[in-house]
Design a protein around this ligand. Sequence first.
Ligand SMILES: NC(=O)c1ccc[n+]([C@@H]2O[C@H](COP(=O)([O-])OP(=O)(O)OC[C@H]3O[C@@H](n4cnc5c(N)ncnc54)[C@H](O)[C@@H]3O)[C@@H](O)[C@H]2O)c1
Length: 355
Amino acid sequence: MLKFALVGCGRIAKRHSELLGLNQIEKASLVAVCDIDIEKAKKIAEQFNISYYTDMDKMMQNEDIDVVSVLTESGYHAKHVINLAKYSKHIVVEKPMALTLDDADEMIRICDKYNAKLFVVKQNRFNVPVLKLREALEANRFGKLVLGTIRVRWCRDQNYYNQADWRGKWSMDGGVLTNQASHHVDLLEWMMGDVESVFAKSTTALVNIEAEDTAVVTLKFKNGALGIIEATTAVRPKDLEGSISILGEKGTVEIGGFAVNKMLHWNFTDKIDGDDEVMVNYSVNPPNVYGFGHQAYYEHVVDSVLNNKAQLVDGLVGRKSLELVMAIYESIETEKEVFLRFKPTRCKLGQISEE
Ligand SMILES: NC(=O)c1ccc[n+]([C@@H]2O[C@H](COP(=O)([O-])OP(=O)(O)OC[C@H]3O[C@@H](n4cnc5c(N)ncnc54)[C@H](O)[C@@H]3O)[C@@H](O)[C@H]2O)c1
C-alpha cells in the first residue's frame, strides 16, 4: 500500500483527492494534504478524515509518506519539487512540470540525486483511444507519416482567468499553449516523433491576460512529416473539442470529444481483426475536460513504484514537451522559424513581465 500526500488543495486537488481518498486506486491511500490556505487544506482533510498542514516540510517530517503530489500553481512547481526531493520520496507533479528549461533540468538532477522518481501528469496519454492509436503506430500500421494535427477549442472566459491571480501570467502560467493545450502538444510529439522546427503566431483575442488565448503553429517533424497545432480558449459559448488526427500513407485516425476521448475515425488500408469494433469500443466522451485519465495515471504511478517500472512521462519527457512549447513561444516573439534544439532568448514563459 502506497501512502500519498498532496501539496496544493486548489481546483485540480479535488480530482486527485477523490481518486486517492475514496480508494479508487488500488494499493494507494491518501494520508495528508497541505495548502498555505488553511481553509482549503482543512476542507479536503475533513472530507477524508486525514491530517492537514500549511507547511509542506512539516507534513513531510511528521507523516509517513511514499509519494507526494505537487498540485500548486505552475510557476511554483520547480521550487516545490526541488524542495521536496530531499525527502527521497517519489514525486508526482502536475503539468507543465516547470516554466523554464533550467528549472526542469534542476528538477531532474535533484530527483535523481535523492532517488526520487519524478512523474509528470499527462493523463491524456492513458485515454483508451489514445493508447489504441499508439498501439497502431508501434505496429507501424500507418506506414510513412504525413500529417499530425491537434485542435484544442475550449471556452475559458474572463471569469475563469479572474479566479486566481496566477492564471495567464508569463511568470506563473503562460497561455493556452502551456496550460490547456500542453496535453495535446505532448500527444502530438508522442505520436509523430521528434520535432525539427516550428513556426507560430498567437493573439490574445477575448480576455485580458498577459499571455495568449489563441495560437496556431506549423511543425516539421524529423521524419519529414508536417504538423499543425490549433489552440484556443476563446471558443464561445462553450467547449467544443480537444482532438488529434494522425494521417499516414496507409491509415487515418482521428480522436476527438472534449478531451481526446472519443474515437472519430479509424481507417486503415490493411485491415486486421478487431478494426470493426474499434469505433464502438473506444468512443467514451468523459463528463469534463479533465477526462478519465487521472485514474489510469495514478494506477501507472503505483505500478511504477511498487514494481520498479519506468515512468511513462518522467522528467526528461516532461522537459521535451516544455522545450517544444518554448520553441513555439520563441517563434511567436521572433516571427521566425525556430529549429530545436535551441536556447530561448525571447520566449517570455517563466519570466516576470515588464509591463
Ligand atoms: N492535468 C490536468 O488536466 C490539470 C487540470 C487543471 C490544472 N492542472 C494543473 O494543476 C496545477 C494547479 O492548478 P489549479 O487549477 O488547481 O490551481 P489553484 O490555484 O486552484 O490551486 C493551487 C493551490 O496551491 C496552493 N499553494 C501555493 N503555494 C503553496 C505552498 N507553498 N504550499 C502548499 N500549497 C500551496 C494555493 O494556495 C492553491 O490553493 C497547475 O499547474 C495546473 O496547470 C492540471
